[in-house]
Design a protein around this ligand. Structure first.
Ligand code: MTE
Length: 320
């Protein structure tokens, strides 16, 4: 049975693993050892055996969030076939082709650092932390394209409260999974792994900051950061780190992958700001996937009412 109420849903209850195993048996029976080698890309996408035990889990009883935009959502196809997930390749089409190798069985997120109650959390436990919400957010990539996505998750603050950050905690550091065996393309990406990111504590605790477990009514597709990721809608997309395995509360500003790679181009804050250009291109406009004409980029990606006060008195040209 794939449909559960969010409140009583556990990943252990659902059967996507057997679905995946059946698909695998089917491929083996067909004599298809490597689907890529034998068939065209389209069929490959349908038939590739996903290593994600949560794949296709449907969430029901998901509550609608008042934070959602009423703007037109992008299609599932757009959101799952135009991705940045450098562990699986640097072309926008690479993650859809390669991320099926991401193994999610026994996924654990370690929540540690300056907290009274450090712990390791399973996906089943994560799903029970707070009621699942659908949040339809604008997502603006630093490369000047944007999408509107119906995420599923809940405010990150719910998880933070569980571990009780101490007074030392001023920042939160995030780390993605990294496994060279699964992420063969990572060695060509030109950035260091594991992918890391960070937020100031008040940013992490802002109600808009989402711990995402799904999209379009079901669990996250691998290429979008299965099984759990961050979504920070007023910041450039690279802050929204995928496939989380570690969350650390700490006193020091944490390192961030793109800032480490090119600090003159990507700052720690990386708030969407049409008035501060990237050194190599303008940030004034963006192309919404599926649209031809560019639209104006909004300050804080249009979320200023909820977040601008966190940056009062800061020079946002300096703290880009
Ligand atoms: N997280 C990891 N682990 N690896 C990545 O390469 N890319 C970032 C971010 N999170 C990335 C990541 C960038 S650049 C963007 S724009 C968003 O993920 C893209 O999210 P999406 O593919 O779901 O749209």
């Amino acid at each position: 049975m794939l449909i559960h109420k969010a409140s009583d849903l556990t990943y252990a209850d659902v059967t996507p693993k057997s679905v995946y195993l059946d698909r695998r048996k089917f491929l083996q029976a067909m004599g298809i050892a490597s689907a890529t080698a034998v068939v065209g890309q389209r069929l490959f996408e349908v038939a590739a055996p996903s290593e994600n035990v949560f794949a296709g889990t449907k969430f029901s009883g998901v509550v609608k969030s008042p934070f959602s935009t009423t703007e037109k959502q992008n299609s599932y196809e757009d959101v799952t076939h135009y991705n940045n997930f450098y562990e699986f390749g640097t072309d926008k089409s690479d993650p859809a082709k390669n991320a099926h190798k991401l193994k999610t069985a026994n996924w654990m997120v370690s929540v540690e650092g300056d907290v009274a109650k450090p712990r390791k959390i399973t996906m089943d436990e994560i799903l029970k932390i707070a009621p699942l919400e659908e949040r339809i957010y604008r997502h603006r990539c630093v490369e000047a394209w944007s999408i509107v996505v119906p995420w599923i998750g809940f405010s990150f603050s719910n998880l933070a409260k569980l571990v009780e950050p101490t007074s030392k905690a001023q920042f939160v550091a995030f780390q993605s999974s990294y496994d060279r065996g699964q992420m063969l393309e990572a060695k060509w990406a030109g950035i260091d792994f594991p992918y890391v990111e960070g937020l100031r504590l008040d940013e992490a605790m802002n109600p808009l900051t989402l711990l995402g477990v799904g999209m379009y009514g079901e669990s996250l597709p691998n290429q979008d950061g299965a099984p759990v990721r961050m979504v920070i809608p007023w910041k450039y997309g690279f802050k929204s780190i995928k496939s989380l395995v570690k969350i650390k509360f700490q006193s020091k500003m944490p390192p961030a992958t793109w800032n480490l790679a090119a600090s003159n181009e990507y700052g720690f804050y990386s708030n969407v700001n049409p008035n501060v250009d990237h050194p190599r291109w303008s940030q004034a406009k963006e192309r919404r996937l599926g649209e031809i004409l560019k639209r104006n980029t909004l300050m804080f990606n249009g979320y200023g009412d909820q977040v601008a006060s966190m940056y009062n008195g800061m020079d946002l040209k300096k703290y880009y």
